[in-house]
Design a protein. Structure first.
Length: 116
């Protein structure tokens, strides 16, 4: 295969590759009412399409489909071609229940039975 492709074809191939990544992506970053697809994710951060997302910063929520995974504090790290990379300053796993400030007893009642 030749390495010399016309620029127009190279740009079309890159756009098709980005569209396929976006379509395959299940994770998204939410800031306020806006959501952006996460194209790459690692333990240190994530990357989104540079042309879709504004320069994000601060507290964001990360979802996989409808499930809330993390609440993270992020900073913009670098531009990497058509991706904008963000680093985590803090990345906390989301839990479905609020934290308790007391110890739960092991033998606590699970439910109450009615007298009916």
């Amino acid at each position: 295969m030749t390495e010399y492709l016309p620029d127009e074809l190279r740009h079309q191939l890159a756009a098709a590759h980005r569209a396929a990544k976006r379509k395959k992506s299940t994770r998204s970053v939410h800031i306020g009412d806006e959501a952006f697809a996460i194209l790459e994710m690692s333990e240190n951060g994530f990357a989104v399409a540079i042309d879709e997302a504004p320069r994000l910063r601060g507290l964001v929520d990360i979802y996989e489909g409808p499930r809330h995974l993390y609440q993270a504090l992020i900073v913009a790290a670098s531009e990497d071609g058509d991706l904008m990379r963000y680093d985590f300053k803090r990345n906390t796993a989301a839990v479905p229940t609020p934290p308790v400030d007391f110890e739960l007893a092991v033998d606590r009642p699970v439910g109450l039975l009615s007298k009916a």
